[in-house]
Design a protein around this ligand. Structure first.
Ligand code: UD1
Ligand code: CA
Length: 476
């Protein structure tokens, strides 16, 4: 039995009040449509057809860039299959969900089983999709029971409790609006049935649209059994129509991730104030304080501790390292037993070896710092290589940019750079050298030398400061 999947994603999502096509709004940092595409892969569909319309080019570009290496041609004509398995089908005018499915019909094999999904229902589970897609000669519909069904299509049943149709809220009578069992638009049926019923859809309804939901009545009329499955977890079937829906779903998603992470042995000091927008691997006994945001791919060793209000993006943090409050770590590798922050910024392409200490208001960019070195206060280290056991004093700055190009600063092992020094790159400081505080270093320093680059102190004996002028009397 071959399955073909249809994902409806042509709508703008007017209720979002956004220029961005609705299916590109993100949950957990990932476009809603991408969530769905990743989940539907489990079904190994023969093909996945995505109906696009509003912002079609943007949807195609964003989604294809998320499956790198799987497609070579990012600017694809609608209706033409690509390597990531998506057949993009354009619906030029959005005349309703039934009309959207009609656009796909010519691309579907006559003997296929078709699974239809809304592109705005990102958290449906693999298990539920597997259950819904097991249709034989019947129609399987995923329903949900919601205390507040506002805006959704209501399931209509007869006196034998069999489903006989779906009524959209705008077309529903007051009594029908009281029904709390709702349609998710997730259904499977035979392609031949779809082909027979779609052409009969009418748009004589409140929204003047061709409703996909009317195929349920077609099934009933043609004696095709309608089987309903209800989702085990209501979060799975939560659709996103507004920003509040998006916000609610984001919190549900994060709660789910937090539970998984805690189940794997991580302490979250407040699981409602933790956000993962990507993937993270943890060693044992890591502790994350409140408002930690992890983005992209993050990897923690064992016993890593992260302070409050910290952003970590695409980074690896070694065993026993401590990230103090209010730090930002972006595309960096941090060794074992390091201490970072509070208020530190570790920028892309930085590698810190073991036992490195980076203190408050220190920025490190594209630099490699070896074992046991430290920059504890108010420094900027950019485009640098720093050896082992180096002490970078308070307020040291590598002047890496001459207004046109970036230059390297190379610091050997056991170097001591006195406070408030500027190292004007390109410059090299040999092993064991010392830079006197307040120096501006423009020339290379040989190993084991002391270099000072500052004006000599002048002292004037018996100097008296000018006396303070008496305050002038204010006119009254
Ligand atoms: C639809 C269902 C409703 C169900 C709800 C579940 C219909 C008529 N109603 O309503 O019964 O309870 O989903 O969330 O189907 N789309 C297109 N082309 C169009 C119109 C829509 O591709 O011409 C896409 C949208 O991008 C969206 C999906 O179809 O991803 C659903 O459209 P939406 O307008 O959100 O439908 P609802 O009013 O939520
Ligand atoms: Ca919807």
């Amino acid at each position: 039995m071959s399955i073909e999947i249809i994902i409806l994603a042509a709508g703008q999502g007017r209720r979002m009040r956004s220029e961005l096509p609705k299916v590109l709004h993100r949950i957990g940092g990932k476009p809603m449509l991408q969530h769905l595409l990743e989940t539907t892969r489990i079904l190994k569909p023969h093909r996945t057809h995505v109906v696009v319309g509003y912002g079609a080019d943007r949807v195609i570009d964003v989604i294809e860039s998320q499956f790198p290496g799987e497609n070579q041609n990012p600017h694809i004509e609608a209706g033409c299959e690509i390597d990531c398995g998506i057949n993009w089908v354009e619906q030029t005018e959005q005349c309703g969900t039934g009309h959207a499915v009609m656009q796909v019909l010519p691309h579907i094999a006559a003997d296929a089983t078709v699974l239809i999904l809304n592109g705005d229902m990102p958290l449906i589970s693999r298990r539920t999709l597997q259950l819904v897609s097991r249709c034989r000669n019947n129609l399987i519909l995923l329903t949900s029971n919601l205390p507040n069904p506002t805006g959704l299509g209501r399931i209509i049943r007869n006196s034998d409790n069999e489903i006989i149709g779906i009524v959209e809220e705008k077309d529903a009578s007051a009594a029908q609006q009281g029904i709390t069992e709702v349609n998710t638009n997730c259904m499977s049926l035979k392609a031949e049935h779809l082909g027979a019923w779609l052409p009969s859809l009418q748009c004589a309804n409140a929204q003047k649209e061709y409703y996909l939901t009317d195929v349920i009545a077609c099934a009933v009329k043609n004696n095709v059994r309608v089987v309903d499955i209800s989702a085990p977890d209501p979060v799975e079937t939560m659709g996103v129509n507004s920003r509040s829906d998006l916000g609610r779903l984001e919190r549900c998603y994060q709660a789910r991730l937090a539970d998984q992470i805690m189940a794997n042995g991580v302490t979250l000091l407040d699981s409602t104030r933790f956000d993962l927008r990507g993937t993270c691997e943890f060693g044992i006994d890591c502790i994350l304080d409140i408002n930690v945001i992890l983005e992209g791919r993050v990897k923690f060793g064992n016993r890593v501790s992260v302070g409050p209000n910290t952003l970590i993006r695409n980074a690896c943090i070694g065993d026993d390292s401590v990230i103090e409050a209010n730090s930002v770590i972006d595309h960096a590798t941090i060794g074992k037993n390091c201490t970072i922050g509070p208020f530190a910024r570790i920028r892309p392409e930085t590698v810190l070896q073991d036992r490195v200490r980076i203190g408050n208001f220190v920025e490190i960019k594209k630099s490699h710092i070896k074992h046991n070195s430290k920059a504890n206060h108010l420094s900027y280290v950019g485009d640098s290589q720093v050896g082992e056991n180096v002490n970078i004093g308070a307020g040291v700055i590598t002047c890496n940019y001459d207004g046109a190009n970036k230059h390297q600063t190379i610091i050997g092992d056991d170097v001591f750079v006195g406070s408030n020094s500027q190292l004007v790159a390109p410059v090299q400081i040999g092993d064991g050298a010392t830079v006197g505080a307040g120096s501006t270093i423009t020339d290379n320093i040989e190993p084991d030398c002391l270099a000072m680059g500052r004006a000599r102190q002048t002292t004037i004996n018996g100097w008296t400061r000018p006396p303070k002028r008496a305050p002038r009397c204010k006119p009254d």
